[in-house]
Write a protein that binds this ligand. Structure first.
Ligand SMILES: Cc1ncc(COP(=O)(O)O)c(C=O)c1O
Length: 400
């Protein structure tokens, strides 16, 4: 049998999408048998419940009508890269030029291109535990080894430098950080970012900072490590920033994100982008440009809706005595579903049982790393009603 590369074939299947598909299947089967399930709550995926704002959709329509859909430059059209450099200054607080930016297929696409451009077989990359499940998958496709470093809910899910020091070896090439974090919702303060940057300098590592939720902050400030760099350090590629339109502008399906780093590294990443897909569709780039130049009220409105849902979630968890921490950004919350008598409970089995019993889908914590085995992750991007129904069902089911 030819089944492709063994280490990729044997990677664990992404639980979040399989659980969503399974939930749909159960719903269809029940309908076919004339059964009525309890009203559903789909809290498993980080998909904004909002439509992409109208002015962004219109810009894409106009582009289709008025422009030739030709090939384009692999790093993106110059007019978009220029606008992105301005956005970095306006939102992220550091100065770059268009040659420091390249666009790709979502945060996912630019991450994959960046890993391919920087690490390979024999290299180790420090990634958070828990983390967005695509980091280990993507590193596996490059042949690099993911080395998870634990985050601890008792310290607001911040990384511990002493732990990182224990895990670093002469093969370590990169430290990946993610703030605001998925699945934790942690927002690292400036002092933590400074320590992480010093660690990367001490061991001469790339510091890859996934800032895909940079505009979804409820408390505190988003601090990019790039704001703490010397200009020559930036140009030399110490820092790599990852960004996306998916979350702040409700554009998940449009597939556009961007990477920001020194010009020489952008050149290497662009080679990979070019080899992977040549260029993104011009209409998508026009939509992204409209997002950047149009009214920003939509970003604030969506963020405030997520904040409201975060607040409701926190108060429900307090009501059921399952509260541990408050997410300060992104749109997720981790809920510990261990039973009261201390008996260990696997988040994965819990998620399946919950789906069968209450038609509520959540992401099993094990999909994000071993630290979150006894947790499930809920997405605050779901509707208010789903959150209310879903969180109550989770807490009652955990207490059964
Ligand atoms: C931490 C993190 N990074 C990157 C991404 C990728 O985002 P995109 O939809 O732009 O590919 C996600 C998506 O959920 C994420 O949570």
């Amino acid at each position: 049998m030819k089944s492709g590369k063994k280490h990729l074939y044997e990677l664990p299947v992404n639980d979040i999408s399989t659980l969503g598909t399974y939930a749909e299947q159960l719903q269809r089967e029940a309908e076919a048998r004339g059964l009525t399930l309890p009203p559903s709550a789909r809290l498993q995926i980080g998909e904004p419940s909002f439509r992409t704002p109208e002015h962004i959709r219109l810009a894409a329509q106009q582009s289709i009508e008025q422009e030739l859909m030709t090939y384009g430059p692999a790093a993106g059209w110059p007019w978009l890269r220029e606008l992105l450099a301005q956005k970095i200054q306006r939102v992220n607080g550091y100065q770059v030029e268009s040659q420091h930016v390249a666009i790709g297929m979502g945060g996912t696409g630019v991450l994959q291109a960046t890993f391919t451009a920087t690490v390979g077989s024999g290299d180790e990359v420090l990634i958070p535990n828990p983390c967005w499940p695509f980091y280990p998958m993507q590193l596996a496709t490059c042949g690099a080894t993911a080395v998870p470093y634990p985050l601890d809910p008792a310290s607001e899910w911040y990384p511990d430098i002493a732990q990182l020091e224990r895990l670093v070896t002469e093969r370590t090439r990169m430290l990946v950080i993610n703030t605001p974090g998925n699945p934790t919702g942690a927002v690292f303060p400036r002092a933590v970012i400074a320590e992480l940057l010093d660690f990367a300098r001490r061991h001469d590592l790339y510091l890859l900072s996934d800032e895909c939720y940079d505009q979804i902050i409820f408390e505190g400030e988003h601090c990019s490590p790039a704001t703490l760099l010397e200009p020559d350090e930036f140009e030399n590629g110490r820092f790599i920033g990852i960004y996306t339109f998916s979350k702040s502008y409700a554009m998940t399906g449009w597939r556009i994100g961007y990477v920001v780093t020194g010009a020489p590294l952008i050149k290497t990443i662009t080679q990979v982008l070019s080899a992977e897909f040549t260029n993104l569709a011009t209409m998508v780039q026009r939509a992204a440009a409209a997002a950047l130049t149009g009214p920003q009220a939509c970003v604030i409105e969506m963020r405030e809706a997520y904040r409201h849902r975060r607040d409701r979630t926190v108060s429900l968890l307090k009501e059921y005595d399952r509260y541990i921490y408050s997410p300060h950004g992104a749109f997720y919350a981790l809920v510990n579903v261990e039973s009261r008598n201390g008996e260990k409970r696997q988040g994965r089995q819990f998620a399946l049982d919950l789906l069968h019993a209450h038609n509520v889908a959540v992401a099993p914590g094990s999909g994000f790393g071993s630290v979150t085995d006894p947790y499930v992750r809920i997405s605050l991007a779901a509707s208010d009603e789903e959150i209310e129904r879903g969180v109550r069902a989770i807490c009652e089911f955990a207490d059964r």
